[in-house]
Design a binder for this molecule. Structure first.
Ligand SMILES: [Zn+2]
Length: 266
């Protein structure tokens, strides 16, 4: 196991940690290029008896609120990060009583700006799991490429992070498995969490919307043109999981997926 926790997950806390206007055609292949959806940015804390695990981490709020800093990292005319007051990730975790001192591991679905920002809170010694292909892709981006991909390399390349590199499907902790869903990015991963009463698969950006799963239509953008077939395979995999009895697949950015607003699921 990559993360040092004991026993199965007791519960999961879904979190909405920001919002972003996204063109429908970015979320679903063939979608309308003129329709914007106000998509939630999501993360989840999985609680075990002796610690907790963070899955994705939202925005680096210091960067996205600073016009000069965000201008270095993305084109504000084409992409806008919306962050509620305060620090939505840190504030929600504090309200849940989940301290950084009992964090046992972090897994990040992929390197986009709306998933890596909370890594600034992660203390040394806590493993941060990426797929190897994803981390290598991110580490090799030039500043111009990173800006075009809406990636802040400093979020995941900074000193003091203990990066754990995964090769495909990997058990992270009892009841938590990283699933290879590459395509949207070269090493995208989703997360399967076995809760006491059901198994939840967090699709992350392999399926922004339920429509990706219900209609088996891939995400609308990939970082590399050659990754289209992989994106289609990823959404087919998620659809098959969603049809498995006892398994629910949650879309990563669906404004209508009400479960993201539940305080806790088990
Ligand atoms: Zn993404």
């Amino acid at each position: 196991m990559i993360f040092d926790v004991t026993g199965p997950p007791l519960r999961m806390h879904p979190m909405v940690v920001g919002y972003e206007p996204i063109i429908e055609a970015v979320s679903v292949l063939g979608g309308d290029p003129a329709t914007f959806l106000l998509e939630p940015v999501t993360a989840a804390a999985v609680v075990h008896e002796d610690g907790w695990v963070l899955l994705d981490s939202g925005f680096n709020v210091g960067v996205v609120r600073d016009p000069e800093a965000r201008g270095r990292h993305y084109n504000y005319d084409g992409y806008t990060a919306l962050v509620p007051p305060g620090d939505p990730l840190a504030d929600q975790l504090a309200a849940l009583g989940l301290g950084w001192d009992t964090l046992r591991g972090v897994a990040i679905s992929h390197i986009h700006v709306d998933h890596t920002g909370g890594l600034r809170h992660v203390p040394p010694g806590v493993p941060v799991a990426f797929q190897r292909a994803e981390y290598a892709f991110g580490a090799a981006l030039t500043p111009d490429q990173a800006r075009a991909c809406v990636v802040i390399p400093g979020d995941f390349l900074r000193e003091g992070l203990d990066i754990a590199l995964l090769d495909g499907d990997t058990p992270l902790a009892p009841g938590i498995v990283a699933l290879d869903t590459a395509g949207h990015t070269p090493g995208h991963q989703s997360f399967q969490v076995a809760l006491p009463s059901r198994t939840v698969v967090l699709a992350c950006d392999a399926a922004d919307l339920r429509r990706n799963i219900d209609e088996q239509v891939a995400c609308g953008t990939t970082m590399r043109p050659e990754d289209g077939p992989a994106a289609a395979r990823a959404v087919a995999r998620l659809r098959a999981l969603d049809r498995t009895p006892g398994v629910e697949v949650w879309p990563g950015h669906d404004p209508d997926w009400a479960a993201w607003r539940d305080p806790a699921v088990s």
